[in-house]
Structures are given as structure tokens and as C-alpha cells.
Design a binder for this molecule. Structure first.
Ligand SMILES: Nc1ncnc2c1ncn2[C@@H]1O[C@H](COP(=O)(O)OP(=O)(O)O)[C@@H](O)[C@H]1O
Ligand SMILES: [Mg+2]
Length: 365
């Protein structure tokens, strides 16, 4: 009788990849290592990894956090949640508490005898800029006995974008006080698009774009994970081509498709025949997410999209929308992440999945 061994599916799109299965991003990893060296040597360099939803920011941050750079560097990993971003005081309070706790653990792991009351805060004390600085300087002074640098990794930093300037000022003051906290954060691009806000971000962070994988990288990533996890599955070259043409190397969408394939067929070679049945199921899985995301489209915008879908064109101009104010309709469809401008007067759907979603939506009505 066949015995099934059930292991965790490494292509689960709902979780970031674990650092040991992580693929690629070599240039960013090298840049991080270089920035760490620079920071230790005296030129403190913060980094922001900027990318759209599902592009692999959290996976990358976890990978950077896991790297063995130098024994004495303290590393702190913080996931910002929207509940901790309701006020500036909440954010700095959360950063400080997480830092304090993790640094305690770090010293424990080094087996260094150290008294840790310096991380305790008086229980009824509300965080303010001033006491944050005071505590952070104390923390640094203790940590610096052992560490040349504290790297603070913060995932989803965009949740605190309203307080960015204040947070930046805090860390700049800490730097002026001789404290070496290197920030490495992830964020979506939106806060950078808000005109004047872009500049302070640029000057405070080494801004790094986290992009889709190329075709070669997408195939290599799939094969890398299969090999590492010893999955008994392979994909025909045609299927790998098709996966790329539908996902355009977007890691989340790639995982979503492979995950669906593995549910249906978890060993042997996947051919176009199998795959054709699977793609509609993948689209069913994103339907609810897209329904919620695109629920705010106006009647005029929906009408323009119907015209575009009816034309069957993948690249189109505003004239095709049948709208009386095509330019502003296209502008707002761009702002709402449906379309993207690719050249003068030329647009396409932001991602093939979005195009398929609207094709399906309008063909059902
Ligand atoms: N470098 C990578 N190697 C392997 N899988 C990746 C990589 N980057 C992203 N993924 C996969 O893509 C999906 C989305 O990644 P995630 O890190 O959650 O993106 P983000 O934080 O930008 O929304 C996850 O399922 C993750 O496992
Ligand atoms: Mg993430």
C-alpha cells in the first residue's frame, strides 16, 4: 500500500519563504552586506526595501535578518502592525519594547553576564520623543559594550508613514548622539508617491526596489525550491513558459499557481494539459481579494474597462474606453492599480491576473 508522507507545501502563497529555501536577490544581499560594513566603519546607512504587495519583501527581510554577518552585531526583527501605528507614541513605544526584549535575548545567547534593568520602562510611562531618545541612548550604551552596531529590521514600515518625519528625526538625533542603530525596513511604494514626502525618504534611506523576477529567475526559483525540498515533481518547459507569461515573475502569483498545481498533482511531470485545468482555479482563488480591492470603481471606470476587454487588446489607448473624459478615467484607473502606463498614450492592465479577473467578471454578466 502506498504511504503518503504529508509535508508542508513549500509553495504556500500565504507565508513568506523560510530563509533556507529563499531564492536569488543576490545584488540586494550584497548591497546589504556592504551597507552593514559601512555602518560598522562609521558611515551609518539605512535601507528601505520597496515593493508592491506580494513582491517578496518580508521573505527578503527575513533572509537578511538570518544572515551570519558578524557575531557581535545585534539584530532585532520587528513586524509593524496597524494596531501599533495609531499614533507616533505607539510606534516608538512598540519599537523600543521589541528592541529591549530582543536585545536581552541577544545578550543571553552570547552568554554575557549583563544586568538588564536598563530596558525596563516605568509601567505607567507614556512614550514621548524625549524619553524614547533617553532609553534608546541607554540601550545603545549598554549594547555597545559588546556590539558595534544594532540592526533594526522593521517589516511593513509603511504602516507608520504618517509619523515618518518624526521617526526619522528621532533616529537622526540618536545618530548625532553617537548611537548606531541601522534601520532596514520594508514598505510599499505608496508613501513615496505622495509628492513632497518622497524626498525625506530618499535622503534617509538607501532605497532599493524589490521587483518581479525575470523569466530565467522565475524558472530557477521554482526548480531551486523543488530541489531543496526533494519534491517529486517536474514541469514541462512549455508549462514553465506559460507560468511566466501569466505571472510575469510576480512571486506571490507564481506561488499561487504552483500551489494550485500541487494540490491537483503532487508528483510526476506537469504538462500543458494539466495546467489548462488549473489556471481557472488559481483565478478563483484571487477573486475574493480582487473583488474587495476593486470594489470602489465608479460606473464610468467599469464601463471603460468593459470597452477595453471587448476590444481584446492587451495594449490600448484612452480613446478605446468609450469614455467622454478618457484621460481622467485612465488616470484614476492607474491610481487604483488597475492600469499602468507603458508609453506615450499607451496602457495595459497592471498585471495579467488583473486582466483575466476583469475578463471573467464581465463575461459572467
Ligand atoms: N526570493 C524568494 N524565494 C522564494 N520564494 C519567494 C521569494 N520571494 C517571495 N517568495 C514567495 O512569494 C510570496 C510573497 O512573498 P512575501 O515575502 O510575503 O511578499 P511581500 O512581503 O512583498 O508581500 C510568498 O509566498 C513567498 O514565499
Ligand atoms: Mg510582507
Amino acid at each position: 500500500m502506498e504511504v503518503l508522507t504529508i509535508t508542508l507545501n513549500p509553495f504556500n502563497p500565504q507565508y513568506p519563504i523560510s530563509p533556507d529555501l529563499f531564492y536569488g536577490r543576490g545584488k540586494i544581499i550584497d548591497r546589504f552586506k556592504y551597507n552593514v560594513e559601512q555602518s560598522i566603519e562609521g558611515s551609518l546607512t539605512n535601507m528601505a526595501l520597496v515593493g508592491e504587495f506580494g513582491m517578496g519583501k518580508t521573505s527578503l527581510l527575513k533572509k537578511l535578518h538570518s544572515l551570519d554577518i558578524c557575531d557581535d552585531v545585534s539584530k532585532v526583527y520587528i513586524t509593524l502592525k496597524d494596531t501599533y501605528a495609531n499614533s507616533f507614541e505607539d510606534v516608538i513605544g512598540y519599537i523600543y519594547t521589541s528592541l529591549g526584549n530582543e536585545i536581552k535575548e541577544f545578550f543571553k545567547s552570547l552568554k554575557v553576564k549583563i544586568t538588564v534593568p536598563y530596558v525596563e520602562i516605568e509601567s505607567d510611562e507614556k512614550f514621548s520623543k524625549d524619553n524614547f531618545r533617553k532609553y534608546m541612548v541607554k540601550l545603545w550604551t549598554e549594547a555597545n559594550k559588546k556590539s558595534p552596531l544594532i540592526i533594526v529590521f522593521i517589516d511593513d514600515f509603511h504602516l507608520a508613514y504618517k509619523y515618518f518625519v518624526d521617526i526619522r528625526n528621532c533616529f537622526q538625533e540618536l545618530h548625532d548622539n553617537g548611537c548606531k542603530y541601522m534601520l532596514v525596513v520594508t514598505m510599499i511604494p505608496e508613501p513615496l508617491k505622495l509628492g513632497k514626502r518622497e524626498d525625506p525618504y530618499k535622503r534617509f534611506f538607501d532605497l532599493i526596489e524589490v521587483k518581479e523576477f525575470t523569466k530565467i529567475e522565475t524558472t530557477a526559483m521554482i526548480q531551486h525550491i523543488i530541489k531543496k525540498t526533494k519534491l517529486n515533481i517536474s514541469f514541462s518547459a512549455k508549462v514553465l513558459d506559460d507560468i511566466y507569461s501569466k505571472t510575469r515573475g510576480h512571486p506571490y502569483y507564481t506561488f499561487l499557481m504552483i500551489n494550485e498545481i500541487l494540490r491537483y498533482k503532487n508528483s510526476g511531470c506537469v504538462t500543458t494539459q494539466h495546467y489548462k485545468r488549473i489556471f481557472p482555479k488559481t483565478m478563483d482563488n484571487v477573486k475574493l481579494t480582487f473583488d474587495a480591492y476593486y470594489s470602489s470603481l465608479s460606473y464610468g471606470e467599469e464601463d471603460a474597462l468593459k470597452h477595453i476587454i471587448d476590444s481584446g487588446k492587451e495594449v490600448f489607448n484612452p480613446g478605446l474606453s468609450g469614455s467622454s473624459s478618457p484621460t481622467s478615467t485612465f488616470k484614476s484607473l492607474e491610481d487604483k492599480d488597475v492600469l499602468v502606463k507603458i508609453g506615450y498614450g499607451q496602457y495595459q492592465f497592471k498585471h495579467p491576473f488583473i486582466r483575466y479577473y476583469f475578463m471573467k467578471k464581465y463575461s459572467e454578466k
